[in-house]
Design a protein around this ligand. Structure first.
Ligand code: PLP
Length: 456
């Protein structure tokens, strides 16, 4: 096929779909030779993007899919601000600092304002930084003791992929503890056979990605206390609170999972998940400034002084950070509690509706963890699987993923539904109705030859 040199519309009279640009295939391999009408390009891209899944019905993502008008405007206002230019944009730097201080307080840092923390592009970058600090501190301890530093390991349960990346990119052995039958996360009694003198830390997950429940941070810490009493090994905990960091303080305020647990050295969370900020922001906070080794920190020029930075990126948009601060101010503790409690109530309602179908076993019923549910088939269904159910739901636009649990429960296939800000009770009720209808259709259709129009 010849490469089109696509030209722009010549006249304001042209309908977007009669412009040369729209009458040809869009250039996909070579830069066009000439300019094109911006509105024609805009419209064509906008309609191509309609073919993406509908974010509002994407019940697979933890990430923000609904933002108020003020967030849209602040994002637009900040479009040209680079958060790394602390000298040029001192107020953006100040706003980042305020967010860190507020989160350090929310997560009960004993040092409050004085501790260290920063924004990141998400929990993945935050995990890299948290892991690096653990590795550096372990190496320092080993060097002082005159011991080898070549075989660091990190102990964890069913972690998100970012920890596998951290381990591979930064040369750390990942000791992923297999799930026990009926368990959905790391259990305290499992720790003893995995931690040793080369363990840089244990990752505890507040909001297991696969199932939405919390790992028992305080109980894991207590077991590490017992291990220290017996062996002398002093193993710190990093809490991956990608989702739970912005849920637990509001919905489960009594749960001690944060810096109230003395062994917790650092916490990461995704601002763009239950922090409700638009995509592109995460956070990490250390318990005390001392827990972030000095030689990981770079000093950048800032208003004639210097500003400590720790990041994998350099240039990065400032808008998400500003939007995060807006949300913290806009909602406050009460607002976050109301938003997430409404989601948690809807998740529990969905859990009940799913249980009523009589076919599923809930792995997580929406109580005590994130606003969501996860479930598996109670018994092998007659000729259909959860993957088929996912496909059936998709015909109504719902995106509900099916996937196997991590080892050693990889034979269990589950589905998970997340209830987020912007997903209302009526929507959840409609999903429950469609779930029932889809199951009926699968039961009728299973084994029988497909009728024409079966999928409609
Ligand atoms: C989503 C998630 C991550 C990765 O977070 P991003 O913000 O998408 O980089 C890490 N850990 C857990 C537990 C998560 O749920």
């Amino acid at each position: 096929m010849a490469l089109h040199a696509v030209t722009g519309t010549e006249s304001w009279k042209d309908d977007v779909y009669t412009t040369p640009l729209s009458e040809n295939a869009l250039p996909k391999f070579r830069l066009p030779d000439t300019e094109n009408d911006p509105w024609a390009v805009y419209e064509l891209l906008r309609s191509e993007l309609l073919l993406d899944g509908n974010a509002a019905q994407n019940l697979a993502t933890f990430c923000t899919t609904w933002n108020d008008e003020q967030v849209h405007r602040l994002m637009d206002t900040s479009l040209n601000k680079n958060m790394i230019d602390k000298d040029e944009y001192p107020q953006t730097a100040e706003i980042e600092r305020r967010c860190v201080q507020i989160l350090a307080d929310l997560w009960n840092s004993p040092e409050g304002h004085a501790t260290m923390g920063c924004s990141t592009t998400g929990s993945s970058e935050a995990a890299m930084l948290g892991g690096l600090a653990l590795k550096w501190r372990w190496r320092e301890r080993r060097r002082k003791a005159g011991k080898p530093t070549d075989r660091p390991n990190l102990v964890c349960g069913p972690v998100q992929i970012c920890w596998e990346k951290f381990a591979r990119y930064f040369d750390v052995e990942l000791r992923q503890v297999p799930l026990e039958p009926n368990a959905t996360g790391l259990q305290p009694h499992q720790l003893r056979s995995y931690v040793d003198e080369n363990t840089i830390g244990v990752v505890a997950i507040l909001g297991v990605t696969f199932t939405c429940d919390y790992e028992p941070v305080a109980e894991l810490a207590a077991e590490l206390d017992a291990i220290q009493a017996d062996t002398g090994l002093d193993v710190p905990i990093h809490v991956d609170a990608a989702s739970g960091g912005f849920v637990a303080p509001f919905v489960q305020p009594e749960l001690a999972w944060d810096f109230r647990v003395e062994r917790v050295a650092s916490i990461n969370s995704s601002g763009h998940k239950y922090g409700l900020a638009p995509l592109g922001v995460g956070w990490i906070v250390w318990r005390t400034a001392r827990m972030l080794p000095d030689d990981l920190v770079f000093r950048v020029s800032y208003l004639g002084g210097d500003m400590p930075t720790f990041a994998l990126n350099f240039s990065r948009p400032g808008g998400e950070i500003i939007a995060q601060y807006y949300l913290l101010l806009r909602l406050g503790r009460d607002g976050y509690r109301k938003v997430h409690q409404a989601c948690a109530d809807s998740a529990r309602y969905l859990g009940e509706r799913i249980a009523d179908l009589g076919l599923f076993t809930l792995l997580y019923d929406g109580t005590g963890g994130l606003p969501g549910v996860s479930y598996t088939l109670a018994a092998p269904a007659d000729g259909w699987t959860l993957y088929d159910l996912t496909e059936q739901l998709r015909t109504r636009g719902w995106q509900v993923p099916a996937y196997p649990l991590p080892p050693a429960r990889q034979d269990t296939v589950i589905q998970r539904v997340l209830v987020r800000h912007g997903v209302g009770r009526d929507e959840v009720a409609l999903l429950a109705d469609d779930l029932g209808r889809s199951v009926e259709r699968l039961r009728r259709g299973a084994g029988a030859p497909q009728r024409p129009g079966f999928h409609h």
